[in-house]
Design a protein around this ligand. Structure first.
Ligand SMILES: Cc1cc2nc3c(=O)[nH]c(=O)nc-3n(C[C@H](O)[C@H](O)[C@H](O)COP(=O)(O)OP(=O)(O)OC[C@H]3O[C@@H](n4cnc5c(N)ncnc54)[C@H](O)[C@@H]3O)c2cc1C
Length: 288
């Protein structure tokens, strides 16, 4: 299966500084579901209850939905003939949302790579603590050779702001590299605060000082995992009109990916077009 992805092109200033104009959101993983090992458990309740038939539902759901539905139905051992069948999954998930039985949604997670998004964006994203995991590029371990920047949407069609952006990121990259060179020289001269035991520590001491001149516009690639309860909450908070358009753009793309991988769970979201060109979503079932 090809996982959903929104890619982002890399541009360069005349002096060669790389930058991106929109966020790349790439789904890189999802929770798989395989109930076959549970056959003895289901059969163990006796032939008359026919729990084992659960494995032979004629309608196959997407992995996340099949997993969440089974976990929810286990709560009431609602596994026999009178259960909600997969063909009624839309109704099942609407009931989950209406009753705010959101803990069931925590069983499935989606994993994303987000790139072409800046440090201001990641600072907002990582405020979401519950049900998530992050791995973000370390500005201490990487050096100037991988620096890229992100041009805000407001600048892209404005010649003056666009020119200022390009000039600024050229300057920022040059300043970073010059500071790193000077810091390296100071380190070799023996400056105490820059010393370290291993070669890796020495590089880290230089990078961690040099990065202080980088602007919010520096790209900050991040791997982001969220269980589907947390993902819904984040989409609702961030693909919302008051949110900064940079995080709204990512949140809307996260929603589109999630909707492709769990159409019943995200079917309540409605797209709202906004004048700034980055859509929002609304739902009657906020924060399940
Ligand atoms: C438009 C907008 C503007 C914002 N402006 C600012 C700002 O100016 N300054 C600023 O500092 N932040 C700002 N924020 C960030 C905001 O305050 C939250 O920190 C952020 O959105 C994370 O959401 P959350 O608190 O729901 O946390 P999440 O980690 O997403 O948690 C989900 C839910 O779990 C529960 N939960 C999580 N952790 C705890 C806990 N420790 N104790 C009890 N319950 C918990 C809560 O019910 C919470 O809503 C802004 C956010 C938005 C969307």
């Amino acid at each position: 299966m090809t996982l959903p992805a929104f890619q982002s092109e890399v541009f360069r200033t005349a002096r060669g500084t790389p930058y991106l104009k929109s966020a790349g959101v790439v789904m890189i993983g999802y929770t798989k579901f395989d109930l076959s090992g549970a056959r003895p458990f289901l059969a163990g309740f006796g032939d008359e209850l026919r729990f084992e038939d659960y494995l032979d539902d004629p309608v196959t759901l997407q992995d996340a939905e099949a997993l969440m539905k089974f976990c929810g139905q286990l709560c009431y051992l609602s596994l026999g003939q009178k259960r909600s069948w997969n063909k009624d999954a839309a109704t099942y998930f609407r009931n989950i949302k209406e009753s705010k039985h959101g803990s069931v949604l925590e069983h499935a997670s989606f994993n994303f790579l987000i790139y072409g998004a800046d440090r201001a964006f990641t600072h907002e994203l990582v405020r979401h603590r519950s049900g998530v995991a992050y791995s973000q590029v370390s500005q201490r371990y990487v050096d100037g050779s991988v620096l890229r920047f992100v041009e805000r949407r407001e600048y892209q069609s404005d010649p003056e702001l666009h020119a200022r952006f390009e000039t600024w990121i050229d300057l920022a990259r040059a300043e970073y590299n010059e500071r790193a060179t000077i810091l390296m020289a100071r380190q070799q001269e023996g400056l105490e605060v820059l010393q370290g035991e291993k070669a890796r520590d020495l590089r880290k001491k230089v990078n961690q000082a040099a990065r202080s001149c980088l602007p919010n516009e520096v790209e900050a690639p991040i791997c982001f995992t969220a269980n589907l309860r947390a993902l819904r909450h984040i989409v609702e908070m961030r693909a919302d009109k008051p949110a900064d358009i940079a995080i709204r753009d990512v949140a809307f793309k996260l929603y589109l990916c999630a909707e492709q991988m769990s159409s019943n769970l995200f079917s309540d979201y409605e797209r709202v077009n906004l004048p700034d060109g980055v859509p929002a979503v609304t739902t009657p079932y906020r924060k399940v």
